[in-house]
Design a protein around this ligand. Sequence first.
Ligand code: CA
Length: 257
Amino acid sequence: MTVLLEWGAASDTGRLRDHNEDSVLAEPPVFVVADGMGGHAAGEVASALAVEAFRPLLGRRDLTVADVLGSVREANDSIRRAGDEDPSRAGMGTTLTGVALVRVAGDEHWLAFNVGDSRIYRLVDGRVVQISVDHSEIQELIDAGRLHPDEADRHPHRNVVTRSLGVLSAPEPDIWMFPPTPGERLLICSDGLSREITDDGISALLDQTRSSLEAAQTLVASAIAAGGRDNISVIVVDALADDQAEEGDTAPRGELW
Ligand code: CA
């Protein structure tokens, strides 16, 4: 079976930052968000290098897990090389979070991967489930039972990411695999969305919007309306059921593959 995808992406600087350090690559079979960090405009350099490492994979229906993990390594290596060449960019880094369609024993599977605190969610039966686990000091405190999730937004260490690209020689991404299911909707986002909108709010917006592009644009607009304190980047990918692939409604449609 070959799955039919529809996708849409949106990214915005938000209200408080003066530039956008997030980078997005949404082109099948790869959908990635990178949230850069580092002074002197280095954050957006790191995040752009990270997503560009996936460009050789675009358009392919035969990707393997090794191809995707190779691009994660190349993303890390290219950021470190750029930091070595320009000392003002030394120490720049980025999160890297995404999904790619890979082939395993002839069947297409989603490979989800994460380094850092950008997130992957999956909408199932009208509710979102977070697939990725944040690499953050807050998540470690929650896992250790030392912090309640409701207190996370006020914690002084809420910005500390414990794993990122560009810092170590070979950071390990977390990975998950699952078969694409017609009718499912995936969301990949930077923390500029997940810190402004609760999971329930994300669920409702994903469930109420018809096309992937409309969903991505609505989520970004909602995060800006809620404060827009950080850059906001969103990719929404729909694995279409047969009756969803038909033309005919007037909502803005994402692209098809
Ligand atoms: Ca961010």
